[in-house]
Design a protein around this ligand. Structure first.
Ligand SMILES: C[S@@+](CC[C@H](N)C(=O)[O-])C[C@H]1O[C@@H](n2cnc3c(N)ncnc32)[C@H](O)[C@@H]1O
Length: 276
């Protein structure tokens, strides 16, 4: 793709065809993304500390009934949840493929926290956990076949009676994502490039596959054009419940949010727990 033939790009973009997600695992991108995780100005990459504390309270008090537990956090980012849970006496292990996030998590880890830099699609999960966390909608940003394999590996990582806590984007939120109007912005330096650039964005909703594809085209002043795409799979409650059961889980239960309550300004996520 280049600027001159941009008009020839495939329309609509097909789910998963142009890449699976934004380049979380690219070292320079992950360094810039770490800033977005840690900022207290927005909740885009990780929630702000005040929100995370509310989530931790619910997980610790309600889900784990304050019982010291072994917790596996999938897509743990910079370890913000692991660190808080470890402070309450839990033993935590996080897996993420962002080098800068894992470096930050390791650097700030309390004694009972450990991390693996690895891709959830290919990394073997350690075993013996009471709880597997997979939050903030990242489950949706895997091809359905990979999502299923990750659930199967999560099941194997749990002790009998252990639980999985998934936080997914709602079907409506994914559909809305796919139906956004094209837009663009200029920046003197940001997530997609450290230097000045223009970002062109367009989105597509695939009704048949219930998937939203977002395309990002980054234009640099020297004419370099970089193209990223990310596809998000929409799941209904029935879809996810069936998938959990097919992976061996029982006791599937839905919750309004990671605080256990319907928030005053509802987020675009729903929470499902299931047990081994
Ligand atoms: C939205 S962030 C959430 C981070 C963290 N769970 C939190 O709430 O603070 C999604 C995380 O998933 C990670 N991730 C995405 N795809 C992954 C993959 N294939 N393997 C490992 N980690 C992945 C990203 O690097 C990122 O840290």
């Amino acid at each position: 793709m280049n600027l001159q033939n941009l008009h020839k790009r495939p329309l609509p973009a097909q789910p998963w065809a142009e890449g699976e997600k934004i380049p979380w695992n690219d070292p320079a991108f992950s360094q810039r993304m770490l800033h977005e995780h840690l900022t207290q100005e927005h909740d885009a990459a990780s929630r702000r500390a005040t929100v995370i504390k509310k989530h931790i309270k619910w997980i610790h008090n309600k889900l784990l009934a304050k019982k010291p537990s072994r917790i596996l956090d999938l897509g743990c980012g910079p370890g913000l949840y692991c660190a808080e849970l470890a402070a309450l006496g839990h033993v935590c292990h996080g897996i993420d493929f962002s080098p800068a996030s894992i470096a930050h998590a390791v650097k700030t880890a309390p004694a009972n926290c450990s991390y693996t830099l690895g891709d959830l699609r290919t990394t073997e999960f350690p075993a013996g956990f009471d709880l597997v966390l997979f939050i903030f909608g990242e489950f949706n940003v895997f091809k359905p076949a990979h999502a299923r394999e990750i659930l199967q590996k999560a099941y194997a990582a749990l002790t009998p009676g252990g639980s999985i806590l998934l936080e997914l984007s709602t079907f409506d939120a994914v559909e809305q994502m796919g139906n956004q109007q094209p837009s663009w912005y200029t920046s003197s330096g940001g997530l997609f490039s450290a230097g000045p650039h223009t970002c062109l964005m367009e989105s597509f909703w695939d009704e048949d596959q219930s998937a939203a594809t977002e395309r990002y085209i980054i234009l640099e002043p020297d004419g370099q054009l970089t193209h990223y795409a990310s596809t998000t799979q929409a799941y209904t409650e029935d879809d996810i419940s069936s998938l959990q059961k097919e992976c061996g889980f029982g006791g599937v239960a839905f919750h309004d949010s990671l605080t256990g309550q319907t928030s005053e300004s509802p987020e675009d996520f729903f929470v499902v727990t299931a047990t081994k």
